[in-house]
Design a protein around this ligand. Structure first.
Ligand code: EPU
Length: 425
């Protein structure tokens, strides 16, 4: 199995380009199922997760051409309506085909994702939403089977918690429903805005983009269209933190700073200088009078957008592990998202966890020391990469297939910033 080896201690410098967002590409690819024809998507990141979804699209009967970041999906034929356990167990977001398949073909069968490394992650909101639109949903042999006799019918649906993929799934289903659907307490992540723009370009009638109440006026048919995936805000945030943790200074291009309000605020609080343009960011690390990296401690609490993203919690913890002073990190979205703590502690970090709260005593000047560590999920893995880049000595990260799910050309991008990092068998 491949490992990632990092010789830490090199301040990252230079420029880097951000790829398209994984969590926007997945719903946008799924949305192509809503209308027959050839859909064109630009800026699609080449990741394990996007390739998994394309494999599922093929199993459903669709075909595609994928060149660079340009993806053409032909959804003229759908002759199968099942997402198997084999695929869903490798990527929970496969559940995103449920809404569009149900709306277009009247039936869909998707394996229940089950728990994962970061929490139980049920899909009850998705199912409740489809039932409110008139679908009959049953759970059988580990699968959710949803069907409708005629057409979905619009209704008001309220989510207890703003769920990203439940909002996306219901939104897609509602575009072809009869009448009006109102989604209350909807998630407001930028990826949902990207999906709404795509659905509108396909002929959907939707109001309330970027708000927690989304209204969909159902239409009879949608048509294929061309759309662009937004820049990956989590990839952007990960590199910002990595550059900062190494005491570097660099420019990040092809990104959207407006999608990272909470992280930018927190990095500034920690002492970093950040200059923003519409599509680029420049970060400069704070230094003490002796010229050493001097990061101030700061607290974070993860929240739905525009709050601090849970997908950047693990990375920020790696930064706080080398700050001066004590920080508190509250994880309010997922119940088991501290798997990286034990691994960071193997590198010398001083972190204690009590329920949903982590107490980080920054090591300041002492820093972290490279060690063999294990990746447990996508974002936990990127926190170990950041710790490895900041640490002195060698860090060897195993199970890096997690990283390949969500970071395009990670080694190339880091090497381009001067990092000493490579893969080894
Ligand atoms: N929830 C339920 N029932 C549901 C759906 C969600 O109880 O039916 C709960 C979850 O257990 C969680 C909360 O609601 O406590 C919010 O979860 P959400 O549904 O928003 O998460 P998701 O849609 O499954 C997406 C991203 C995740 C990201 C979360 C939170 C995609 C494909 N995935 O997941 O991304 O962490 O939103 O922002 O968009 C990642 O990229 O590494 C990743 C895990």
């Amino acid at each position: 199995m491949e490992k990632l080896v990092i010789e830490g201690g090199v301040p990252l410098r230079g420029e880097l380009k951000i790829s398209g967002a994984k969590n926007a590409a997945l719903p946008l690819i799924a949305a192509t199922l809503l209308a027959p024809g050839t859909h064109v998507l630009y800026n699609v990141p080449n990741l394990r997760d996007t390739r998994t979804l394309l494999k599922l699209m093929e199993e459903l009967g669709c075909s595609y051409e994928y060149n660079g970041s340009l993806l053409k999906v032909d959804t003229t034929i759908i002759n199968h309506s099942e997402a198997s356990y084999e695929l869903v167990k490798t990527m929970r977001a496969s559940v995103l085909v449920l809404g569009p398949l149900l709306a277009r073909t009247g039936a869909a069968k998707v394996s229940l994702p089950g728990g994962c490394a970061i929490g139980a992650r049920p899909i009850d909101f998705h199912i409740k939403g489809f039932e409110h639109l008139g679908a009959v949903c049953k759970l059988e042999s580990g699968y959710v089977e949803a069907s409708i006799s005629d057409r979905l019918v619009g209704n008001t649906v309220y989510f207890d918690i703003p769920s990203v993929t439940a909002t996306e799934n219901l939104l897609m289903a509602a575009t072809l429903a009869k009448g009006i659907t109102v989604i209350k307490n909807a998630a407001r992540e930028p990826e949902i805005g990207n999906l709404i723009d795509m659905l509108i370009s396909m002929g959907a009638e939707i109001e309330g983009k970027d708000s927690d109440t989304i209204t969909v006026h159902g239409v009879r048919h949608l048509h294929a269209a061309e759309n662009r995936i937004i820049p990956d805000r989590i990839e952007t945030g990960t590199y910002l933190i990595a550059i900062g943790a190494t005491g570097g200074e660099a420019t990040i291009n092809n990104c959207c700073p407006a999608h990272l309000p909470a992280l930018l605020e927190k990095l500034r609080e920690a002492g970093f200088t950040i200059l923003e343009d519409k599509h680029s960011l420049h970060i400069r690390s704070p230094r003490s009078a002796e010229g050493k990296l001097h990061v101030m401690h700061t607290n974070i609490t993860t929240r739905p957008y525009p709050g601090y993203p849970t997908d950047l919690q693990a990375q920020f913890m790696a930064l706080m592990a080398i700050s001066d002073g004590a920080s508190i990190i509250n994880e309010t979205i997922f119940e088991n998202r501290f798997m990286h703590v034990a691994e960071l502690c193997r590198m010398g970090a001083d972190i204690k966890v009590d329920g949903k709260t982590a107490f980080v005593s920054g090591k300041g000047d002492t820093g972290l020391l490279g060690a063999p560590v294990m990746a447990t999920d996508l974002r936990a893995s990127s926190s170990l990469v950041i710790a490895g880049l900041a640490a002195s000595g060698k860090t060897c990260i195993s199970r890096i297939y997690h990283l390949e799910r969500g970071y395009e050309n990670l080694v190339e991008k880091l090497t381009g910033l001067g990092a000493r990092v490579w893969k080894e068998r």
